[in-house]
Design a protein around this ligand. Structure first.
Ligand SMILES: NC(=O)c1ccc[n+]([C@@H]2O[C@H](COP(=O)([O-])OP(=O)(O)OC[C@H]3O[C@@H](n4cnc5c(N)ncnc54)[C@H](O)[C@@H]3O)[C@@H](O)[C@H]2O)c1
Length: 400
């Protein structure tokens, strides 16, 4: 069965590792992206995102001939949709990319095929994918399998987690669930657990909402500690010695296109019931504003202040800037203090990046106020002596 052809729609953080992994497991994979630059890069055996070991995997997959890429879908036995699912106006889910990629594969799907939605989606989206397909191809009703299998990988460990994580698979009917779970069992070492499409959709949203709510607790605690003059990191460390307490860490807010986005899909579906989830989102967003105010108050103590922002990504050791609170803080500080007064250090972005990044040494030399926004590895190694004469605002505990 490893002769199966797979068509992966969307070659980003999820689609590209999935496509290249499957290609090195013997499947014949065709990756599709609407961005021609992405397609060109991958076709040359190179990558456009930062993820450990992905470059080696993609090179191997492309040179074996098992991974090809283009802007148009091809016929396949399995279609995987791994396109973005952002929110739009008023935090309403924006399903344009899911709908467009479904429309694009519709002419290529044949009876017996399996269509899997991997994008994180509001409850009911997999059924919507099926309806779009049946709308375009009424003869396929009852003849194809359509399922949801949410991704839970952690950027930085995607290749390992794609294989090792448990997967939740839910089809629009029993046959879809069966066909999709059989597919995942061919390359997943973790357990493949079967359910319905709607349960699988909500399961993923709940996982991220759970984390968002718990981070909100830590962020709220950081404000409480600041007001009371008590060190938050020590409080958390000590409280976590309680055998049934496991608090998460505060930060400059919550970012990424998962934790900062997915809870809104629940809130939007059932606003009257999702009160705690909504409040957590608001607490986490407000933490970012609090950091900005704090930095500006400290900068105010200097006649001509220079502020260094350490990190722009939404989490340590990745280049992903989506919904990043660190980036938001950097941009708002620039607006308030002036372009040349705010330096940004982001070791995971190329120096050619349009944001005029500086290196860590330069930033530490010039800055009056050092704001640690992301606990990237190089920042963890900063000699405390170099910070002695500076005002330091460590939002992520990197200098502890
Ligand atoms: N990145 C993660 O860590 C992660 C983890 C779990 C779940 N997810 C979910 O997976 C999905 C994909 O996320 P991602 O991080 O890979 O996004 P991404 O932005 O990195 O990649 C998506 C790719 O899809 C392409 N695309 C857009 N519309 C298309 C279309 N109609 N046809 C073909 N390609 C199209 C884009 O050009 C882009 O390259 C989202 O729903 C996300 O929430 C992501």
């Amino acid at each position: 069965m490893t002769e199966q052809r797979i068509c992966v729609m969307g070659l980003g953080y999820i689609g590209l590792p999935t496509a290249s992994l499957l290609a090195t497991k013997g499947f014949r994979v065709h990756g599709v992206d609407v961005n021609p630059r992405v397609v060109r890069t991958i076709s040359e055996g190179r990558i456009h995102i930062v993820e450990p070991d992905l470059d080696v995997l993609v090179r191997a997959a492309v040179s074996s001939g098992n991974l090809t890429a283009s802007t148009e879908p091809v016929e396949a036995e399995v279609f995987i949709l791994a396109v973005p699912t952002p929110f739009g106006e008023g935090h309403a889910p924006d399903l344009r990319f899911v709908e467009a990629s479904t429309q694009a594969i519709a002419p290529r799907v044949r009876a017996g095929d399996l269509v899997i939605l991997e994008s994180t989606s509001p409850v009911g989206t997999t059924e919507r994918v099926a309806e779009i397909l049946f709308g375009a191809r009424p003869e396929l009703r009852g003849e194809i399998a359509v399922a949801h299998c949410p991704e839970r990988v952690l950027p930085g460990q995607i290749l390992r987690e794609l294989v090792d994580n448990d997967r939740v698979v839910g089809g629009i009917d029993a046959r879809s669930t069966e066909q999709a779970s059989t597919f995942y069992r061919r390359f997943v070492r973790g357990e493949v657990v079967c359910t319905s499409a709607r349960t699988a959709e909500l399961c993923k949203l709940v996982e991220n909402s759970y984390r968002d709510v718990n981070i909100a607790f830590a962020n709220e605690l950081s404000l409480i500690c600041d007001a009371l003059g008590v060190p938050v990191w020590e409080v958390i460390e000590l409280a976590n010695r309680h055998p049934r307490v496991a608090m998460l860490r505060p930060g400059p807010g919550v970012g990424g296109h998962c934790l900062a986005v997915d809870p809104w899909f629940i809130i939007h579906s059932v606003p009257e019931h999702a009160r705690l989830i909504r409040t957590a989102r608001q607490v986490n967003d407000a933490k970012t504003d609090w950091v900005i105010e704090r930095v500006l108050a400290q900068a105010d103590r200097f006649r001509d202040p220079v502020v260094a922002c350490l990190g722009l990504a939404y989490k340590p050791d990745v280049d992903d800037l989506r919904e990043s609170p660190a980036l938001r803080i950097y941009e708002r500080l620039k607006e308030a203090l002036g372009e040349h007064k705010v330096l940004a250090v982001e070791p995971n972005l190329p120096s050619s990046d349009a944001r005029a990044l500086v290196d860590l040494d330069h930033a530490l030399e010039r800055a009056d106020v050092v704001v640690a926004l992301v606990a990237h590895r190089p920042f963890r190694a900063v000699d405390p002596e170099r910070l002695k004469a500076k005002v330091v605002i460590d939002t992520c505990g990197v200098f502890r």
